[in-house]
Design a protein around this ligand. Structure first.
Ligand SMILES: Cc1ncc(C[n+]2csc(CCOP(=O)(O)OP(=O)(O)O)c2C)c(N)n1
Ligand SMILES: [Mg+2]
Length: 358
């Protein structure tokens, strides 16, 4: 029997779980890491506040990214402002890095669509909740960049669960064959709500899904921001040079519940979660920066105070935002509302008045 082809799935990891860096990647610049650390800390503080707001009835739902901050902030930190991010609901870190305001993210999870109308970055996509739908959008974005000969890159985030969907395979195949400037980033956080990675795929990596599309696929330690920046940075620059699409799998762990509507204790072992905490990315990077004398206890205290004040101020702005007129739900559906919906609208308004809803 002949062999048609053989493949290799590369993996990069640099920072060990104690924050030691035996051998950095080519072109490594430690000066870039303090802002990344700050972004990760901001994301974690914002996440904790958002969960608290939901628990006190001030937010409808929230998907925490606890434990995944290195992926989210890392990927955004290697993009240029003019690139386009297509996020899932768990990319708060990337969105904040790119300039989406905290109060906008809160508005979105508070059920207010104005939260998707970011003041900036205007061309980034809104949060995609329908799983993997953003993969096809990313191909369209990248196709536009290519036909305009514009050196911009689309970065499409998805989860391990999303990588089982047809949209993802179709998008990756099209991006491959058309050599489009798009990077698919699979955040493999080991869970898709209650479905564990072992039931998601028999493939030994998610990175190897790239092989069928003929594009490069690489795995990185998603709790190592240096590895995330290296792997995704190379993929983004490759796309920018006109060399086409690629896939990067970032291996991490979802330390939180799926969303505030979930209770993960019902389906996963606490011991697994405790073991994953030993590898979490924020402490890991902090240890490295402290070892390198780039981060002190005073820096840490000042940062905690600074981001605490930023988050508090954003929450105040969110809570002070006047609600949307409730009839908007109907008013932007049709140029002229059909009679049955008009009746529903009138009944809804009357009902809401009577019940004294906000
Ligand atoms: C098309 C579609 N089907 C089902 C759902 C319900 N759903 C929400 S999150 C989720 C799991 C996604 O898992 P993964 O892609 O690993 O992302 P993670 O939540 O772990 O970040 C599912 C099935 C959905 N939002 N959209
Ligand atoms: Mg997942």
């Amino acid at each position: 029997m002949d062999t048609v082809a053989t493949f290799r799935v590369p993996r990069v990891a640099y920072l060990d779980s104690h924050g030691h860096l035996p051998a950095p990647p080519a072109g490594f610049d430690p000066d870039r890491l303090v802002p990344v650390y700050r972004g990760m800390m901001l994301t974690r503080a914002f996440d904790a506040k958002a969960v608290a707001l939901q628990r006190t009835g001030q937010l409808r739902t929230y998907p925490s990214s606890l434990g995944q901050e290195a992926v989210s902030v890392g990927l955004a930190s290697v993009m240029r402002p003019e690139d386009v991010l297509l996020p899932t609901y768990r990319e708060t870190g990337a969105m904040l890095w790119r300039g989406v305001r905290m109060e906008e993210i809160l508005l979105y999870w508070g059920g207010d669509e104005r939260g998707s109308d970011f003041a900036g970055p205007r061309e980034d996509f809104p949060i995609a909740v329908p799983i993997a739908s953003q993969c096809c959008h990313a191909v369209g974005v990248a196709q536009a960049f290519k036909s305009r000969q514009s050196p911009r890159v689309a970065v499409c985030c998805l989860g391990d669960g999303a990588s089982s969907k047809g949209d993802f395979y179709e998008a990756m195949n099209a991006a491959g064959v058309m050599q489009l400037p798009v990077v698919f980033v699979i955040t493999n956080n080991q869970w898709a709500i209650s479905v564990p990675r072992s039931r998601q795929t028999l493939a030994v990596s998610f990175a190897q899904k790239a092989i069928a599309a003929g594009i490069p696929g690489e795995q990185c330690d998603g709790n190592d921001p240096i590895a995330v920046r290296d792997a995704i940075g190379r993929a983004v620059e490759r796309a920018r040079r006109g060399e086409g699409a690629s896939l990067v799998e970032c291996v991490t762990y979802r330390l939180s519940d799926h969303t505030t509507a979930d209770d993960a204790r019902r389906y996963r072992d606490e011991a697994e979660v405790s073991a994953a905490w030993a590898n979490e990315p924020v402490a890991r990077l902090r240890h490295y920066l402290a070892d390198q004398k780039r981060w002190s206890k005073q820096d840490e205290e000042a940062l905690i105070a600074e981001i605490g004040a930023q988050v508090t101020a954003a929450v105040e702005r969110y809570l002070a935002t006047p609600l949307m007129p409730r009839q908007d739900l109907f008013d932007y559906l049709y140029a002229e509302l059909p009679a049955d919906l008009r009746r529903q609208r009138d009944a809804f308004l009357l009902d809401a008045e009577g019940a004294g809803h906000d």
